[in-house]
Design a protein around this ligand. Sequence first.
Ligand code: APR
Length: 251
Amino acid sequence: MDLSFNQKSLEAASIIKASKYLVAFTGAGISVESGIPPFRGEDGLWSKYDPQVLELGYFHQNPYESWVVIKEIFYDFFGSAQPNSAHKVLAVLESMGLLKCVITQNIDDLHQKAGNTIVHEFHGNSQKMVCVDCHAHFGVDEVELTPLPPKCNHCQGLLKPDFIFFGESIPTIAYQESLKAAELADVFLIIGSTGEVMPANQVPMVAKRTETTIIEINPEPSRYTSHITDIYLKGKAGEVMTLLLENIRKI
Ligand code: APR
């Protein structure tokens, strides 16, 4: 890491420490070091699987075919993932009273597993299921995932993971709480997101409108980097967040 990186990370640490309302906005990149591949990029999930399995219309017409891929990606593969040091640092920042909330595009439940208690899940959560017929909700541990497609314990209707499919609207409360936090933030961390997906990618723009300092962590520049980012820390979330916490504790 070059000198300018260390200077920038010290500057970012002092800004975070002095923040009045720190918010973290996370994307798939924060979970890569937990073994969960991102959606985009050369090893991204969408380079291996057809995203149509997460289109609402396709799911209703082809529940079995859709569920075969959904189970493979989000339950067989994601199921054993654990929080990495980046998730853990965000939990420490909450326990220090610095971090007010996490807004995440991720559905992997890793922020909650790491210990964060205020997490706005913009795209829902894979640990919850909903019946498309009677709208009953279940935890993933309460239902049988095989045989596919899984059926509702109450009405034998089709179960769907309670995360957002393409074509589905964002959960209202998560949307409203995310926008409110973005408006209140004086320091806004963007960790591991391309900024390519609407409407999630509008949340950091809302933060920027209110003179917020944007600190971005990503090994590659994103759509935010040259547009709204004030301090760009080029690197992996786990390493950079660990360094930031060390610097915060030294100040
Ligand atoms: N640390 C931090 N960032 C990383 C790391 C890492 N170790 N590895 C990769 N990244 C970055 C990539 O450079 C990229 O910018 O994470 C980002 C992953 O991009 P996407 O897969 O597009 O993730 P995201 O921006 O969260 O996608 C938004 O797209 O398919 C939908 O619902 C899905 O929530 C997802 C949404």
